[in-house]
Ligand binder design. Structure first.
Ligand SMILES: [Zn+2]
Length: 611
C-alpha cells in the first residue's frame, strides 16, 4: 500500500466504482499502484551506450470494472532541467499492466553529458496520484573515493560473527520489518498469490513465516498484522468475538517469543500495522502486547484490548509514548496521511518520541517471488524527507510488506540494525538499536553503510561547534562497488526541502548555527541504493570575534583518495574453499576504521552538467 488516496470509500461507492460486501466495507488495498523500474546503467552495447528501457507497472488491487490511468515520465538532467518526456494512458481492468518506454540514449539527437540523471514517474487516476523517482547513471562517472572501512560483523548464519580488526563494535542484523500472515490479509501460497488475501483465510500464519524467513537468511522478521482485521474482515464484522480476536493476537506474540527462544540468532517479532490507508496512514508498532482497535461488533463490544480512535494519530502517538512503544512509518504518502490538525505527516512531540523509522523503499507488497527477483519497488524518500523536515528523528528502513508466503525472499532489500558486539539479538537489543537509530536501509542485503560525524555514529544527536567532519563508510561482501555517494542535508522543523550537500564520501563542513540533519546515500554499481540513518547536529552560534570564526562551508577531500570502494567480508562459512578463506584473512583488510585523514581543501563540487 503505497500511494496517496484522497477520497473516502463512500465516494468510491457512490461513484459505482466499488460495491462492498456487507462485512468488507473498505478493501484495505483498493488503491492505484504505480512503480518505475529504471535501469541504473545503459545497455552499453549498441550505438548509444546510454540507451535503456524503463518499465512502468500499474495495478489496482481489488478493482471491479475499468479504470483509466494517465502517466508521464520525465528525464531530468543533473542541472534540474527536464530533457525528455514520455506520456500515455493505460486502462486497468482487474489485472496489472506494464508499459515499456524505450530511451534511445540521446537527447535532441546528441549524446548527453555524463552525470546522475533522475527519472520521474507521475501517474494519476481520478483524484489518486503516485509519484516515483529513481536515479540513473548517464555516461561514465568516476567512482567516488571512500574512507577506509573495516566491515562490521554480521549475524548471518553463513558468516562468523567476528568483526574485522578495527571494526566498529557492532554486529549488523538484517531484517524485514513489515509483513503479513493469515492473521490478517497475508499468508497466501506463492503459486496462486497475487495480492492481499481475504482476512484470516490463507493457509500460512506466523508459525510458517518465522521458519521461512530464517531459512531464507534473514536475522529478523516482523509480522505486522493489520490491527483492524482481527475480526476476520476488511471492514467490521458484527458477529466478531472480541475474546477470539484478543486471543489470536496473544497467540501471535507467543509464537514469536517461542520461535526466538528456540532459534538464537534469529529474532521473531509480532505486532500491528495500525491504521487504514484512505484518510489514514499505516504505521507499525513493534512492541505492543495489547491489541489496539476502534471497531465494535453488533453488541457494541470493542474488538481489541485497548481502544484507539481510527485515524487519530496524535492520540495514538500519545498512547505509544505512555506505553514506551516504538514505531515505523509504513510506505508514507506525501498527501492525505498521518494527518494531525489538517496537516499531513504532521509533527507532534509525542510522535517524535515514538516514531523511529520511515520506510524509504519497499518491494511490491503482492510479490510472489521467492528468489529476490521482484522488480516492482516503491520509493518513499520524499515523504520520509518531509517527516525529517517536520522535525521527526527517523532512520530509513526498507521492507517487503509481504502478503504472499515469501517473507523476506521477494527482493534483496533489508532494514539493518547495529547491535553492540557481544549482545545477543533479542527484542530488547533490537528495540534499543532502533531507538538509537543505529539503522541503515539497503536494497542489497550483502552491503553495509555507516555515516559518522566528528566520530559520532549515525542516529546520534549532538552539539557541535566549528567544523563537522562527515564520513561515509560502505562495504560490500559480494564485490559490488559504490558508484555514487550523496550526503544529504536538511533542517528539522523547517518544513522545507532536503538538499544534497556533497557527492563526496569524506567531507568537512561548518554548518550554519542551529539544527541540522545529515544522511548518506550510496548507489552501488548495480543501481541498488543504501541509506544511512541521519545524524542530528545542533550547531553553536558563531563566536563574536570574526577571527575566531571557522571558515564557512569548506568542502574537503582526503589527500589520500585511493582507497578501494569495497572490501570482502572478513567472515566466512566453514564450507568456503581454503584459498578464499586465506585471501579473506589477508592482513590488507585490517585497516583501522575512520582514521582521521588530514584534509586538503578543494572547491566544493556541484552538479553543473549541461546538455
Ligand atoms: Zn501497509
Amino acid at each position: 500500500m503505497k500511494t496517496s488516496l484522497h477520497l473516502s470509500s463512500l465516494v468510491l461507492a457512490a461513484a459505482g466504482v466499488f460495491q462492498p460486501p456487507a462485512h468488507a466495507a473498505v478493501h484495505e488495498h483498493l488503491e492505484l499502484e504505480a512503480t518505475l523500474l529504471a535501469p541504473y546503467r545503459g545497455d552499453v552495447r549498441g550505438v548509444h551506450p546510454d540507451a535503456r528501457t524503463f518499465t512502468l507497472s500499474f495495478a489496482y488491487p481489488g478493482l471491479r470494472g475499468r479504470r483509466p490511468v494517465r502517466w508521464r515520465l520525465d528525464l531530468v538532467a543533473p542541472s534540474g532541467r527536464r530533457v525528455a518526456r514520455w506520456q500515455g494512458r493505460v486502462v486497468l481492468a482487474g489485472t496489472p499492466a506494464d508499459v515499456v518506454v524505450r530511451w534511445t540514449g540521446s537527447v535532441a539527437g546528441h549524446r548527453p553529458a555524463s552525470g546522475v540523471y533522475r527519472v520521474r514517474l507521475h501517474a494519476a487516476s481520478g483524484v489518486e496520484s503516485v509519484d516515483q523517482a529513481w536515479d540513473i547513471a548517464v555516461g561514465s562517472l568516476p567512482a567516488p573515493a571512500l574512507p577506509p572501512f573495516a566491515p562490521l560483523a554480521t549475524g548471518h548464519a553463513r558468516m562468523l560473527a567476528v568483526p574485522a580488526a578495527g571494526a566498529l563494535p557492532y554486529t549488523v542484523y538484517y531484517g524485514n520489518l513489515h509483513s503479513q500472515t493469515r492473521d490478517s490479509d497475508g499468508g497466501g501460497p506463492v503459486d496462486t498469490c497475487h495480492g492481499a488475501q481475504d482476512p484470516q483465510t490463507a493457509p500460512y500464519g506466523p508459525d510458517a513465516a518465522y521458519p521461512y524467513a530464517r531459512r531464507h537468511g534473514l536475522d529478523v522478521l516482523m509480522v505486522s498484522e493489520h490491527n483492524h482485521m482481527y475480526d476476520g474482515s476488511d471492514g467490521t464484522n458484527p458477529d466478531a468475538d472480541p475474546a477470539q480476536a484478543r486471543a489470536m493476537y496473544q497467540a501471535g506474540l507467543a509464537t514469536a517469543r517461542e520461535f526466538s527462544a528456540a532459534n538464537p540468532g534469529f529474532l521473531a517479532l509480532y505486532g500491528m500495522e495500525w491504521g487504514v490507508i484512505g484518510n489514514g496512514g499505516h504505521l507499525n508498532i513493534f512492541d505492543s502486547d495489547e491489541l489496539l482497535g476502534w471497531e465494535r461488533n453488533g453488541k457494541g463490544e470493542l474488538i481489541a484490548d485497548t481502544e484507539t480512535p481510527k485515524s487519530d494519530y496524535a492520540a495514538l502517538y500519545t498512547l505509544m509514548r505512555q506505553r514506551g512503544w516504538t514505531g515505523q512509518f509504513n510506505h508514507p504518502a506525501l498527501a492525505g496521511q498521518f494527518v494531525v490538525n489538517g496537516t499531513p505527516l504532521a509533527y507532534t512531540p509525542d510522535g517524535d518520541a515514538v516514531m523511529a523509522l520511515c520506510e524509504v523503499v519497499n518491494s511490491s507488497a503482492f510479490s510472489n517471488s521467492e528468489n529476490e527477483g521482484e522488480t516492482r519497488r516503491s520509493n518513499f524518500e520524499q515523504a520520509c524527507n518531509k517527516l525529517l523536515e517536520a522535525g521527526y528523528h527517523v532512520a530509513f528502513s526498507s521492507n517487503q510488506d509481504n502478503h504472499c508466503a515469501n517473507w523476506g525472499a521477494s527482493y534483496s532489500n533489508r532494514s539493518a540494525v547495529l547491535v553492540p558486539a557481544g549482545v545477543p539479538l533479542t527484542r530488547a537489543s533490537f528495540l534499543e538499536a532502533v531507538r538509537a537509530r543505529r539503522v541503515f536501509a539497503t536494497m542489497d542485503k550483502d552491503a553495509q553503510l555507516v555515516l559518522t560525524a566528528n566520530g559520532h555514529l549515525m542516529g546520534e544527536r549532538f552539539d557541535n561547534a566549528g567544523a563537522l567532519h562527515l564520513q561515509v563508510a560502505y562495504a560490500s561482501t559480494s564485490g559490488r562497488q559504490a558508484a555514487t555517494v550523496a550526503i544529504m542535508e536538511g533542517v528539522p522543523g523547517r518544513n522545507g526541502d532536503v538538499t544534497q550537500l556533497s557527492d563526496q564520501a569524506d567531507v568537512t563542513t561548518t554548518p550554519a548555527p542551529g539544527a541540522h540533519f545529515y544522511y548518506a546515500k550510496v548507489t552501488q554499481d548495480d543501481g541498488k541504493v543504501l541509506w544511512s540513518a541521519p545524524v542530528w547536529v545542533a550547531q553553536a552560534a558563531l563566536p563574536l570575534n570574526p577571527r575566531l570564526r571557522p571558515a564557512p562551508n569548506k568542502v574537503a577531500m582526503p589527500s589520500t583518495a585511493k582507497i578501494s570502494a569495497a572490501r570482502p567480508c572478513t567472515s566466512f562459512s566453514a564450507d568456503e574453499p581454503a584459498a578464499r578463506r586465506a585471501a579473506i584473512r589477508s592482513p590488507k583488510y585490517t585497516a583501522g576504521t575512520f582514521a582521521i585523514i588530514m584534509p586538503s581543501v578543494v572547491p566544493a563540487t556541484t552538479d553543473t552538467a549541461e546538455l
